[in-house]
Write a protein that binds this ligand. Structure first.
Ligand SMILES: *Cc1c(COP(=O)(O)O)cnc(C)c1O
Length: 387
């Protein structure tokens, strides 16, 4: 869908690895020609293991890149660094010189555009930690000219995630386009504009008008891109993988507390944290077809983790469930497994890739021994004294 919508533009889709970083998913996307947006040295290593050929299509974002991560990315000869501060630019220049390789960079500018989404995933306002104030970007590009190993190749922007209107994207890109004009008049050879990711999906039926969303998104960006004759970089994450994944869980117990009914599942917030973290909505689908005439009732679907915030759905009308039933939490393909943890010393589930009638285990269920592998017990005083 994305490829089609941007078919008329010179572009590369750099899938945002943090949305779902399974090696098998990365390899699938790499085979389709995708590049990758990474935010750590760990994600760089994931791309390398999924596809060495895709390293040249990597963009490296993030406010806190460490020296070893910059070195690894320089040595991998990635496409471009999205630099988020002056201090980072100086470090990049120093490392590029030390390694005697040219570093292509874009400044990630903060366009001060408001995008309606959850406050935790909005990033494009001046008060956010991301990017460089677009008002001072030109000065910083000028100051970068003195570094011989730096190549100011682009401008980048990313205003947030799960954004359901295209206007903020258009507004941000218009500001970027104005900056590109200025930079070119300063003599810089700007070839890339990175429009970031952030396109939302419909978690709840009828939440917004999702029809032709990508087409409208492409139209919103196209105006600026065409006029500038730049190569457009796009960093979608959620939009590519969210609806491709579900979390399958089994009902353990159904319990009544006062007037409330709780359906307790064997998956918890450690497996899918979006409802707890962002008050996000996920549809809950009983796997067995409801018997005709089955009654629905209002329930909370909750996990076993020792936190009141451990819930998947509140006051949801579901056909009656009992222990042993399977339910599917929809749209868990993005920011599900990649945001999971072992909180409460819980092993994480297996991941299965499904294609029509075929399926493939792409991550085995975690074992308790995996969880203890990195830990060490201090030797007790007494056993030392006995030696
Ligand atoms: C998280 C992130 C993305 C992807 O966001 P989605 O909402 O999943 O499309 C893209 N670019 C950057 C810099 C990000 O931090």
């Amino acid at each position: 869908m994305f490829e089609e919508a941007f078919a008329d533009e010179q572009h590369t889709i750099c899938y945002s690895v943090k949305a779902n970083s399974s090696l098998a998913i990365l390899r699938l996307l790499a085979k389709m020609g995708a590049g990758f947006d990474i935010v750590s040295g760990g994600e760089l290593e994931r791309v390398r293991r999924a596809s060495k050929a895709a390293l040249k299509r990597v963009v490296f974002s993030g406010v806190g890149k460490q020296e070893w991560e910059i070195d690894a990315a320089l040595q991998a000869d990635i496409l471009i660094f999205n630099v988020e501060s002056e201090a980072e630019l100086q470090l990049l220049a120093a490392r590029a010189e030390a390694l005697q390789v040219r570093a292509r960079f874009a400044l990630r500018v903060n366009p001060d555009v408001f995008a309606e989404t959850h406050p935790y995933i909005s990033t494009g306002l001046r008060e956010h930690k991301f990017g460089i104030d677009i008002k001072i970007a030109r000065r910083i590009y000028r100051s970068a000219a003195k570094y011989k190993w730096l190549d100011a190749a682009g401008v980048s922007v990313h205003i947030g995630s799960q954004i359901r209107a295209v206007d903020p994207f258009a507004a941000a890109l218009a500001r970027v386009a104005a900056l590109v004009d200025e930079l070119r008049s300063d003599g810089l050879n700007i070839r890339y504009v990175d429009a970031g990711g952030g396109l939302g999906i419909e978690y709840k039926d009828g939440e917004f008008d999702a029809d032709d969303e990508v087409v409208r998104y492409a139209e919103a960006l196209r105006g600026s891109a065409k006029q500038l004759k730049v190569h457009l970089l796009l960093e979608p994450g959620r939009f590519i993988v969210a609806q491709a994944g579900g979390l399958l869980t089994q009902v353990l117990y159904v319990k009544q507390n006062g007037s409330k009914t709780f359906v307790v599942t064997d998956a918890g917030m450690n497996d899918l944290i979006r409802p707890s973290l962002y008050q996000a909505h996920h549809e809950v689908l009983p796997v067995q077809q409801a018997r005709s005439g089955a009654v629905s009732r209002m329930v909370d679907v909750v996990g076993p983790v020792c936190e009141s915030g451990d819930f998947f759905a509140r006051d949801r009308s579901l056909t009656s469930l009992k222990g042993g039933d399977l339910v599917l939490l929809l749209d868990a393909g993005a920011y599900g497994m990649s945001l999971s943890s072992n909180y409460n010393t819980r092993t994480r589930p297996a991941e299965v890739l499904v294609d029509g009638k075929e399926h493939l285990l792409i991550r085995r269920r975690e074992r308790l021994s995996d969880l203890f592998a990195a830990e060490k017990l201090p030797r007790s005083k007494r056993s030392q004294a006995n030696k």
